[in-house]
Design a protein around this ligand. Structure first.
Ligand SMILES: CC(C)(COP(=O)(O)OP(=O)(O)OC[C@H]1O[C@@H](n2cnc3c(N)ncnc32)[C@H](O)[C@@H]1OP(=O)(O)O)[C@@H](O)C(=O)NCCC(=O)NCCS
Length: 323
């Protein structure tokens, strides 16, 4: 035993809404095609707002919700592949703008759409060794800068946003039972970096990613349930990466999960990669659907290829000295 609980959450999305109707005017597509194939109605895109703005706003909300002061934070991880700069990292920008202490470990983590779960696990390990036992894990993306708005097969899918979690580590709390993995392959999904001589926009084999997702989700669910000693009925809620409503519905049917236990917000935000899980968790918390005491089984999957699952427990801050 020893682990983290999420004790506060926040989220932030850009003001600018890009609807399916807007996209109809940009590429040969239709609202009907997008809704039936993906479940998406609209997404948000950063125009005049930065990736760092989304990180900072979501983190401020999460700190307020957790009743944790900036000087209590020991580490900040921003899970992202679309930050404003390659360096300084988004985490360094957050460190400065939130006035976190200068000995705060601050770095970005790229595990694509599995990033937030990689981030939570990394934070759980880090805080075990860190003198300050509170950490900030942010999933944030400004993917609209990396999308080719002439490619209808990808531009309808992605959106921008951020979600942040303040976590606390205590030796007597259970681990999040993270199950993480990777199978390196640029074929199904890639965004070339500088030096590849290619446009740095998303290219994707949608059907290959779909198959990967449908196979991976149940494997992650089974592995987390087994590690935690639970059955599918036990988690209070399931939060899956919001890539396609059909992928989520297939997993829900396979485990006979009632619709009210399988949350979705893909219709409003599309696929926000590393932001999708914390953005949805934060909305559910603010709506009162989940809160302290809830156990949420989360699964992410995506570019890399990467995958991750974890049983995330929500709680309230506990003083270091309390038993
Ligand atoms: C991308 C995705 C929605 C496409 O749905 P699909 O049912 O597999 O559709 P296909 O790729 O087979 O394309 C079917 C047809 O629709 C067309 N099409 C593709 N995008 C379109 C769009 N935006 N509007 C209208 N038609 C479109 C294709 O050209 C194809 O036409 P054709 O039959 O004449 O060749 C789906 O494969 C998917 O969600 N994959 C996973 C993507 C994902 O999760 N990515 C991120 C991972 S984190």
């Amino acid at each position: 035993m020893s682990g983290i609980k999420i004790i506060g959450m926040g989220h932030s999305v850009p003001k600018k809404v890009l609807t399916n109707q807007d996209l109809e005017a940009m590429v040969e597509t239709s609202d009907e095609w997008i809704r039936t194939r993906t479940g998406i109605r609209e997404r948000r895109i950063c125009r005049g707002e930065t990736h760092a703005d989304l990180c900072v706003r979501s983190a401020q909300q999460a700190l307020a919700c957790a009743q944790v002061q900036p000087e209590e934070i020991g580490a900040v991880i921003v899970c992202t592949l679309s930050a404003d700069y390659l360096t300084p990292s988004a985490a360094c920008l957050v460190q400065r703008r939130l006035h976190l202490p200068e000995d705060t470990l601050s770095f970005d983590l790229n595990a694509a759409c599995s990033g937030f779960l990689y981030g939570l696990h990394t934070m759980e390990c880090l805080l075990a060794a860190c003198p300050r036992k509170f950490g900030l894990v942010i999933g944030a993306e400004a993917l609209s800068h990396l999308v080719d708005y002439q490619d209808r097969s990808t531009c309808v899918l992605f959106g921008d946003g951020a979600g942040a979690a303040v976590v606390q580590y205590r030796p007597e709390w259970p681990s999040i039972h993270a199950v993480l993995g990777a199978r390196g392959d640029a074929g199904p999904l890639s965004i070339p970096g500088a030096g590849r001589g290619l446009p740095n926009t998303v290219s994707m084999d949608g059907q290959a990613v779909f198959r990967f997702a449908v196979e991976t989700l149940p494997k992650c669910i089974d592995a987390v349930l087994s590690a935690a000693g639970l059955t599918p009925e036990d988690p209070d809620c399931y939060v899956f990466h919001q890539a396609n409503a059909r992928i989520i519905d297939l997993a829900a049917r396979r485990y006979n999960l009632p619709p009210e236990k399988v949350a979705k917000n893909i219709d409003r935000y599309g696929n926000t990669s590393a932001a999708s899980i914390p953005l949805l968790l934060s909305e559910l918390w603010q709506a009162g659907t989940i809160g302290p005491g809830s156990r949420v089984l989360c699964v992410g999957f995506g570019g890399g290829l990467t995958w991750g699952g974890a049983l995330v427990e929500l709680g309230v801050r506990t003083n270091e000295t309390a038993q």
